[in-house]
Design a protein around this ligand. Sequence first.
Ligand code: NHR
Ligand code: GAR
Length: 205
Amino acid sequence: MAAMKNIVILISGRGSNMEAVVRAAKAEQWPARIAAVISNKADAKGLEFAASHGIPTAVVSNKDYPSREAFDAALQEVIDGFSPDLVVLAGFMRILTPGFVSHYENRMLNIHPSLLPLFPGLHTHEQALASGEKTHGATVHFVTAELDHGPLVDQVSVPVLPGDTADVLAARVLEQEWIMYPRAIRWFVEGRLKVEDGKVNIDRN
Ligand code: NHR
Ligand code: GAR
């Protein structure tokens, strides 16, 4: 049997994607452990779920550091204390510096709530509504220095329906994120998802 892989999950808030990953890893008996859940916000709701499931938690507050570089150095030190094979951004809200990103090259994933390359950055649901999109969705990608531009792993789409508000649309997307993100992370821990020469390879069986 392949060695257990360590997953470190970074959150900033509710942590429902983190929760979906924790539940799937357990239910499907992945060859992986959730080694830690780390937040840049002390009051992130997701920390309570992680702690109640026996997962080590840590807070590295960006407010305690004078620069992005100093915050990222502190965050990297805490993450590396858990010997991660994979770092998972799950609603993590701080832009990461190029040095940090290159340290986790090809082993850091993000889920972004739009059909990239449409709507990188923040307020994606508002942007999709404002531009009159008929479909919207979410994207899993490897993290590179350029925000929301890393190699694509998977995408799901949902319809934009008449009368949608940003909150209603976000909830429709989020429900799909809970399916798609654990699936992609499972591919990674099973050694079926890799980046080679900037290209994503997936063995979907
Ligand atoms: N960092 C790099 N270098 N590359 C990516 O692809 C990243 C990243 C950091 C986070 C997640 C991303 C998303 O999926 C992500 C991808 C935060 C912001 C942002 O503007 C934008 C995109 C994402 C995350 N953050 C503000 C900042 O100044 C702070 C906003 C806040 O605190 O509420 O860092 O959407
Ligand atoms: C999710 O929709 C995720 O895709 C998005 O925020 C939500 C987090 O929910 N991520 C970003 O916007 C990253 N900038 P969660 O905390 O319940 O997983």
